[in-house]
Design a protein. Sequence first.
Length: 155
Amino acid sequence: MTDLLVMASDVRRTLEPGELLITQADPGGNIFVLEAGELAVERDGVPITTLSTPNALVGEMSVLLGTPNSASVRAITHATVRVIENARDQLMKDPELTFRLASLVAGRLDATTGLLVELAKEHSGKAEQSLLARILSAIHVQADEATVTRRDLFA
């Protein structure tokens, strides 16, 4: 499968340590592919992950869902990203890029579901089981059902 860095545009953005690439709640629209460096992802003040592998992708959730950015992304070190500008339009025009992105998102969903199943097994019969069951149920919503939001899960 073609490398995302090859598929991304030649538009590059260089970040200094501490510089924000994406701000939570801002409008999305671009997808960023990590070329070099390390990025930190944080949602609602909670650290989610750090990314340092070339081809790591950020910004795709807001593009695919048509929502504001769900997390902030900040450079930990000097970092360079490739920018897929107006990503929704690019995805509509480029089936190979769209398939590559879908593969990455499906892989994340598979890993997340596997982890949730393991946690559900560990917490069987405990209070946490109810929350885990709600999350697993939301992940497997049917394509023709309404989009499930965080509010649906935690209200």
